[in-house]
Design a protein around this ligand. Structure first.
Ligand code: LIP
Length: 274
């Protein structure tokens, strides 16, 4: 850490304060009824007035509290904060509402996800289910927690006994390929779960509520905070063949399961196709 860059614990305090306010906004707007629905990459890739309002709220608060920081948000991209981007500069990575389709349908499984990145490494992160108030946090090297309880992930070592979470993209051709991958995987695991919010999937893997998670096509804001939480819970988080987590693939699993799941996904062509 550069002199002047806040410690991860300090960045986490800022993130938690902001995310709690943002989650209240998301929940309140949902109660008032979804509005401002538009689509992005496909006809099923929706964005709502709440997504945009929450992101504007978070960016405005960050500019007030930490004017020299950068922000990358799902809906407005990189903030126009003129930052040097030099060593020690904090970049906030935000998904204002992860699980937007759940939000649209009123399913109580959508999250505000905020991570603090310094010199290209996420050092603090918080994910809060805006519908239920469940909250997961982590700092790099400081462990992962759910409301004060230390998280250690799953102890499962047999892939055939593993409950695996995953997700699917908004593009129908990609979903078809992903379904083919799942078709070749499902006989080799206990079962799968598809909850619809990557950040929460990663937190549930960190808590051991599922044994592992994988998905192709995620954006950085989907997994920045949840990936740190899973890592600090002792899971391995990465892509194929030693790659880091990214749009090609994110796998989050205890060390004993990561290899077997990775190898199955590689054999099933998880990073192939549209
Ligand atoms: C969602 C992810 C989820 C994925 C969905 C969608 P969004 O993000 O969290 O894991 O399966 O297709 O990408 O669009 O709700 O922010």
């Amino acid at each position: 850490m550069q002199v002047g860059t806040p410690a991860p614990d300090e960045l986490l305090k800022v993130a938690v304060e902001i995310v709690r306010q943002a989650a209240d906004t998301a929940r309140r707007m949902r109660a008032e009824g979804v509005s401002g629905i538009a689509t992005k990459s496909t006809a099923t890739d929706v964005v709502t007035a709440a997504d945009r309002a929450v992101e504007r709220e978070v960016v405005a608060t960050l500019r007030s509290l930490r004017p020299g920081d950068a922000v990358l948000g799902e809906e407005y991209g990189d903030s126009d904060v003129a930052v040097s981007g030099g060593p020690g500069v904090v970049r906030w990575i935000l998904d204002p509402i992860d699980g937007t389709v759940n939000y649209l349908y009123g399913l109580p499984h959508y999250a505000v996800s905020l991570a603090a990145e310094v010199d290209g490494q996420v050092v603090a992160g918080v994910v809060r289910n805006a519908a239920t108030g469940d909250e997961w946090t982590a700092t790099r090297g400081g462990g992962a927690y759910r409301e004060g309880r230390r998280l250690r992930g799953s102890t499962e070592t047999d892939l055939g006994q593993a409950l695996v979470a995953t997700g699917f993209g908004y593009d129908a051709a990609r979903r078809t390929h992903q379904a083919g991958v799942l078709n070749r995987l499902i006989a080799h695991v206990r079962d799968i779960r598809r909850y619809g919010a990557a950040s929460l999937d990663l937190c549930m893997a960190a808590e051991g509520l599922v044994d592992a998670y994988y998905e192709r096509g995620l954006n950085l804001w989907d997994h920045a905070a949840g990936g740190l939480i899973a890592t600090e819970a002792g899971l391995r988080v990465g892509g194929l063949n030693g790659a880091g987590p990214g749009p090609d693939l994110v796998i989050a699993a205890p060390p004993a399961l990561f290899g077997p799941l990775h190898d199955h996904l590689a054999r099933c062509g998880a990073t192939d196709g549209p």
